[in-house]
Design a protein around this ligand. Structure first.
Ligand code: ZN
Length: 280
């Protein structure tokens, strides 16, 4: 998810991981979790740099409830990017995950059983979603990269789809390191889609674009499940190539402008092409 916060003095009152590690600010007492998340952030950042030509800082924030609520209107634990930072809860017993428990409860029994096999019998929903969201760092970093490269799809659902795609491609690239996470990552969308269906009042992409979190958290999870199933399908065909293709198609440039104008008007595109040749 993403939001614009845009405030100064954003890091005041927080601690910072030592030099040499990924730039990470965290609430007092969360150094262990901050270090754990920083490792994936570092790797994910390098991965995304291959597709986006930029190298500015995008800090990781690992916050307790109090520090979180000073910086965001999202409920504590609902990970997001904003102010060029990515935000994760310091608490491993993430309270936001209680909100999405009905998704698990509404999913078919055989999927619940399978989740139990993966994460164990104790709090399968909470553990499953916890692991699932913890490996969404690349999703959140992708939001920040897009914003800083002025890439605006204008379609909320596609932005989320693209960020999920980049996140999944990252886990696939490092499959050997993230084997367990990857299995869960491929499985949770089925729970989100089937379990979310009975809670989904809105199912059209235009609803998602118009209302975003306003569709409600359970409905939102259904959308993410639907998107992720699409991501898994598309990745099999396009792999990492999709990321580069999309970035190239959307980076603002004279060539992109000419192509877009050409697609709606046969003479307008060529006119600008000529004009730009004379007035580079
Ligand atoms: Zn997102």
């Amino acid at each position: 998810m993403s939001s614009n916060t845009g405030t100064n003095e954003y890091f005041i009152g927080l601690e910072k991981l030592e030099e040499g590690k990924y730039l990470t600010y965290y609430s007092s007492g969360a150094s262990e979790r901050a270090s754990y998340l920083a490792e994936m952030a570092e790797k994910g950042y390098s991965f995304l740099q291959e597709f986006f030509q930029t190298d500015f800082e995008m800090p990781l924030m690992v916050l307790n409830k109090e520090d979180w609520e000073k910086r965001s209107e999202f409920p504590y634990g609902a990970i997001f990017s904003g102010n060029n930072c990515v935000h994760f809860p310091a608490n491993t017993n993430n309270p936001f995950l209680d909100t999405v428990q009905p998704i698990y409860e509404s999913s078919p029994k055989h999927l619940q059983q399978k989740l139990i096999q993966i994460v164990g019998e104790k709090h399968p929903s909470k553990n499953g979603f916890n692991i699932f969201f913890d490996c969404k760092i690349v999703h959140e970093l992708t939001h920040v990269f897009l914003k800083n490269q002025n890439i605006l799809f204008g379609l909320h659902w596609f932005t989320e789809f693209f960020c999920d795609y980049a996140n999944y491609a990252f886990l696939k690239r490092y499959e050997a390191d993230y084997r367990d996470l990857l299995d869960l990552h491929e499985f949770m969308p089925s729970i989100m889609y089937t379990g979310g269906l009975s809670h989904a009042k809105y199912t059209r992409s235009e609803d998602f674009d118009r209302l975003y979190t306003g569709v409600g958290w359970l409905n939102l999870l259904w959308f993410y499940g639907r998107n992720m199933l699409g991501v898994l399908e598309l990745y099999k065909v396009h792999g990492e190539g999709f990321i580069a293709d999309v970035v190239n198609a959307y980076i603002p440039s004279n060539e992109v402008l000419v192509e877009r104008l050409r697609s709606v008007n046969n003479t307008l595109g060529p006119w600008f092409k000529d004009w730009l040749t004379k007035n580079p």
